[in-house]
Write a protein that binds this ligand. Structure first.
Ligand code: HEM
Length: 152
C-alpha cells in the first residue's frame, strides 16, 4: 500500500487525482467561456493544456490503481454492495472512455479544420456534449471516491 492521502485511508495518488477530477469541469468551463467571449487563442491553448494534463493524471491514476490491486479489490475491501458498485463503475467507465475519445476527436478535427480556416460545423454542439460527458464522469468519479473511502 502507498502512502495514505489527505482525506481518508485512500492512497495519496487517488486523493490527488480526485481533486483534479473535481476541478476539471470548472477548467473546461473556463476554457469554453474564452470561446464564448471570442478569445479563441486562449480557448485553443487552454484546451490543449487541459487535455495533456488530464491524460497525465489518467495514466498516473490507472498505474496507481493497478499497484493497489485494482478497483475490484478496493470495492471488496470497502464492504459496499458489490454488484451495484460494479454496475455504477461500468457505466462510469463507458461514459468516461466515450467522452475522452470525443474530446480527442474534437481537438484533432477542430485544430486541423481551424488551421485551414474552416472550423468543423458541429464544433460547438460536440463541444457541449463532450463537456457534459466529462463533467458527468468527474462527478461520478468523485462520488465513487466518497463511497469507497469516506462514506464507510
Ligand atoms: C483545440 C482545438 C479547438 C479549436 C481550434 C477550437 C476553436 C473554437 C472556435 C474558433 C470557436 C468559436 C466558434 C464559433 O463561435 O463559431 C469555438 C467554440 C466552442 N468550442 Fe472550441 N476549439 C477547440 C477545442 C474545443 C474542445 C476540445 C471543446 C470541448 C471540450 C470545445 C468547446 C467549444 C464550445 C462549447 C464552443 C461554443 C461556445 C459557445 O457556446 O459560443 N472546443 N471553438
Amino acid at each position: 500500500m502507498l502512502q495514505t492521502g489527505f482525506f481518508s485511508s485512500a492512497p495519496i495518488f487517488l486523493d490527488i487525482a480526485t481533486i483534479y477530477y473535481f476541478l476539471l469541469p470548472f477548467l473546461l468551463f473556463a476554457s469554453i467561456r474564452y470561446a464564448i467571449k471570442g478569445e479563441y487563442k486562449k480557448h485553443i491553448k487552454s484546451q490543449l493544456v487541459i487535455f495533456v494534463i488530464t491524460m497525465i493524471v489518467i495514466v498516473f491514476f490507472e498505474v496507481g490503481i493497478r499497484m493497489n490491486g485494482g478497483f475490484v479489490d478496493l470495492v471488496k475491501q470497502s464492504g459496499l454492495p458489490f454488484k451495484p458498485m460494479m454496475y455504477f463503475l461500468v457505466v462510469h467507465i463507458i461514459i468516461a472512455f466515450t467522452s475522452v475519445c470525443m474530446w480527442w476527436y474534437l481537438i484533432v478535427t477542430s485544430f486541423v479544420s481551424h488551421k485551414r480556416g474552416e472550423l468543423i460545423s458541429y464544433h460547438a454542439k460536440l463541444g457541449h456534449l463532450t463537456f457534459a460527458g466529462i463533467a458527468f464522469t468527474c462527478i461520478a468519479g468523485v462520488l465513487i471516491y466518497y463511497l469507497l473511502f469516506i462514506y464507510n
